[in-house]
Design a protein around this ligand. Structure first.
Ligand code: 26Y
Length: 818
């Protein structure tokens, strides 16, 4: 018999080859003498998957044996990107696979490029969830991720004549080797119907009689930790028709309609909402939220009941983290299960709910806070509406004791918003219940405390915390920048920084070492070459490697101010056009790279993308400009594009109007990769400046406390003649599409310039000029670059997760023995 920790699968080159060939033959069903790169990738992925499953089983058996308190991380979005290289690196078998494949006549790198991205999320919040899963596994925490298995991830962006078009992301078409379908792990999720009164053991109870049932089937995605045997689970739910679904149509003989209706059930997990800006009360969105929350809670409670029979112990065994307020219907669902199904007293159930939930807020803009119309909630989840009313009644009673007759305040804090359309404020529901409300940077917490959630902060200051975001150095250095990874390990004399990133500060000591400088510059050059090739293939624009590669990649939003970047590029172009040859010799050549998706309904963002293209079209063929300026829009920005672009970046831009970017995590990835940052004092950039020293980055623009007065003053165009000139160029049709850009220009017109492009423009140009001057002195630049990487330790998601574990979740590592 095998013991618990016996390893079945061997990792020497011969065993790996045999496994890969077996998968070619029996999984992919091709001849082992004739298969192409994609089939080789599939076979390779399946052999890695086997090794993941092995660890996954051991980890879960071990967790079961130890029964520690577990963290359940509920998120509507996970942006995982590719899995292959991350998995083989975390399993510690990348070199073995590369050897095995080369003996079979395949190049590992080529096969790795065959994999598509898993893009089950929009942007920052979703990628953060993915980084945090990697850290949870690496740090051996007993954690589970729960989410939705969308059939269609975030749309693919294609550019036609400079305009964004959206195409569906058929990511599952060729199968997904990284998931394990668990046909036996499934739960019914109910919707609609009525609530009736029943008498049970002499007590009157409310009972929900649902009208529809949809089956949630589990798909497990193992997440391996680095340098540990632990592999945790990301369980994503897919909707399948339930056997109980629409029985009536069958019995009434309407067979065809019954089948059609069955299919409708599956639409719940069909598609990810591609908007990360403003919430619209959509029935499908609410159904998605409840669907994954209900299935996850049934799963969590089943696991708890396997070993426990008293709900008093629930908070000792379960921590529930809700990723933004999107899964906050979980609060009402826990109450429903505890009160209606487990027959606990209301106050006892509420006491339990308040001990298990914590929430992290990722937004600043009030438009992003979800408000569900009462009519909608009452129709889809009638019992939950009653429960929320009850929670609100208790909240209001408690508040009245403290606030007395302050009705303004009471109505602001109420979970119910009165108005033309009466709504449930999901954020207020979360604030009422969660024991901890986290911001994602120090500045963000200040904003939550003083603006968005001021009333709640005054009442319960102890609930409010912040955990500055972080990203995983495994993906953002080890996977995406192997040359930098080798340099760091060589100079530190250890690979330990991959698990303990604080050690990276040891590079500071060598920041002026000429040998390190030579290696560093070479690394950057090789990465720039790769990026230049990619740019040429995609856009046919040839770029010079001597130019400064200047990058802004992120979702397109007015507050992120890609428009400021483009107007700055127009200014640079205008200056070059007006120079004589001797002045031109002093210009630092630039390649300005912009990438990002606009939400499909976000017209202003779409115009910004078009503006970028028309400027590129004019600048890139202008013989007066040549290599001094090139403008590139990278289409279909996603995680794997980021992995390619970030290592090849000299300067990255983070331009949000102060007070609008909750944290920003892209900046951390650039920082780790030694790109210098040109940024406003917003979100985590403030803390980055503290870590690396403000002198090692290019900060500009209004500070958060100056913003209200500047808005009040309303001087934009007058404030800067240069700004007026570049906006005028766009208005006058210098780049064509005069009528089309009118409304875009209007957004930054005097008195309307909400995001303060006009008042920040002069300061922005100064920061750009400072970056140019620094780039001329390549030794100085390289030193700043090394200091950026050396100062990035704090921005690892490992640190963030340790803080959450200790301050919010109360969980301890549970390390599966090797
Ligand atoms: C409700 C719906 C409209 C909605 C959907 C997605 C609202 C917001 C979102 C996503 C928000 C998001 O990605 N926020 C970003 O979270 C990052 C991780 O904390 C931050 O770094 C970043 O500043 C913030 O914009």
């Amino acid at each position: 018999m095998f013991g618990l920790m016996d390893v079945f699968l061997k990792n020497d080159a011969v065993s790996l080859q045999k496994d890969i060939l077996d998968h070619v033959e029996f999984t992919v069903a091709r001849s082992r003498f004739n298969f192409d790169d994609f089939e080789a990738y599939q076979a390779l992925a399946h052999s890695v998957r086997d090794r993941l499953i092995e660890r996954w089983h051991d980890t879960h058996q071990y967790f079961k044996k130890k029964d520690p308190k577990r963290l359940y991380f509920l998120s509507l979005e996970f942006l995982m990107g590719r899995s292959l290289t991350n998995s083989v690196i975390n399993l510690g078998i990348q070199d073995q696979y590369a050897d095995a494949l080369s003996q079979l006549g395949f190049d590992y790198e080529v096969l790795a490029e065959q994999e598509g991205d898993a893009a089950l999320g929009n942007g920052g919040l979703a990628r953060l969830a993915a980084c945090q899963m990697d850290s949870l596994a690496t740090l051996d925490y007993p954690a589970w991720g729960y989410g939705l298995r969308y059939q269609y991830g975030l749309f693919r962006q294609i550019i036609v004549d400079g305009f964004q078009h959206e195409q569906p992301d058929f990511w599952l078409n060729f199968g997904n080797p990284w998931e394990i379908e668990r046909v036996h792990v499934s739960y019914p999720v109910k919707f609609y119907g009525t609530v009736e009164e029943e008498v049970l053991n002499g007590k009157t109870c409310r009972v929900w009689i649902p009208a529809e049932s949809v089956e949630a089937v589990a798909y497990d995605n193992p997440i391996p930790g680095y340098g540990t045997r632990n592999a945790i689970n990301l369980r994503l739910w897919a909707a399948k028709p339930s056997d109980q679904y629409d029985m009536e149509s069958y019995t009434t003989g309407d067979y065809i309609n019954a089948i059609v209706n069955r299919q409708k059930a599956e639409t719940i997990s069909n598609v990810l909402y591609p908007d990360d800006r403003s919430y619209q009360g959509k029935e499908l969105r609410l159904k998605q939220q409840y669907f994954f929350v209900s299935a996850s809670l049934q799963d969590i409670i089943r696991r708890f009941k396997d070993l426990h029979n008293n709900f008093d112990e629930f908070p000792e065994k379960v921590a529930l983290q809700i990723n933004d307020t999107h899964p906050s219907i979980a609060i009402a669902e826990v109450m429903r299960v505890l009160v209606d199904e487990e027959h606990l007293d209301w106050s006892k159930a509420w006491g339990i709910a308040c001990k298990i939930f914590s929430v992290t807020i990722h937004a600043v803009q009030p438009e992003a806070l979800e408000k569900v119309p009462i009519d909608l909630l009452g129709s889809v989840l009638p019992r939950h509406l009653e429960i929320i009313y009850e929670i609100n009644y208790c909240l209001m009673e408690e508040l009245k004791k403290i606030l007395g007759q302050d009705y303004d305040k009471l109505s602001r804090m109420s979970i119910i918003e009165e108005g033309a359309v009466k709504c449930i404020r999901m954020a207020n529901l979360s604030l009422a219940c969660c024991h901890t409300v986290n911001g994602v940077s120090r500045l963000h917490l200040e904003t939550l405390k003083t603006r968005v959630f001021k009333d709640f902060y005054e009442l319960w200051p102890q609930k409010f915390q912040f955990k500055t975001n972080g990203v995983t150095q495994r993906r953002w250095i080890v996977v995406s920048n192997p040359s930098l990874c080798s340099i760091i390990s060589k100079w530190l004399g250890t690979e330990a920084w991959i698990r303990n990133v604080d050690l990276i500060a040891g590079l500071r000591e060598y920041a002026e070492d000429p040998d390190l400088h030579a290696e560093w510059k070479n690394m950057k050059k090789v990465n720039k070459m790769r990026l230049a090739e990619y740019i040429e293939t995609l856009t046919s624009v040839k770029v010079s490697l001597d130019a400064m590669f200047d990058v802004q990649i992120k979702r397109i939003h007015e507050y992120k101010r890609q428009l400021l970047n483009i107007l700055g590029i127009i200014h640079r172009y205008d200056c070059i056009k007006n120079m004589d040859e001797s002045d031109k010799r002093r210009v630092v050549p630039r390649v300005c790279i912009i990438g990002g998706k606009a939400a499909p309904g976000y017209e202003v963002a779409k115009k910004i993308i078009k503006l970028c293209h028309v400027v590129a079209d004019k600048v890139n063929i202008d013989p007066d400009v040549g290599d001094l300026l090139k403008v590139v829009f990278i289409p279909d920005y996603n995680v794997s594009v980021a992995e390619l672009v970030i290592p090849g970046t000299d300067l990255s831009q983070h331009l949000s109007t102060a007070g609008h970017e909750a944290s920003g995590t892209g900046c951390m990835k650039f920082l780790m990769n030694g790109s210098l940052l040109l940024a406003t004092a917003d979100g985590s950039a403030v803390e980055i400046a503290e870590e690396i020293g403000a002198a090692n980055m290019f900060l500009f623009g209004a500070k958060v406390d100056e913003v209200p007065a500047l808005r009040e003053k309303g001087t934009s165009l007058k404030g800067s003649l240069q700004f007026a000139r570049v906006v005028r160029m766009v208005r006058d049709g210098h780049f064509g599409f005069k009528d089309y850009f009118k409304s875009l220009c209007d957004t930054v017109e005097e008195g309307k310039d909400f995001y303060l492009l006009g008042s920040d423009f002069a300061s922005y140009l100064e920061a750009q000029a400072a970056a140019d001057r620094a780039f001329v002195d390549q030794e100085k630049w390289t030193q700043m670059s090394i200091l950026s990487t050396a100062g990035s330790g704090k921005f690892s998601s490992d640190r963030t997760i340790e803080e959450y574990a200790e301050q919010s979740w109360g969980i301890e590592p549970c390390k599966c023995p090797f």
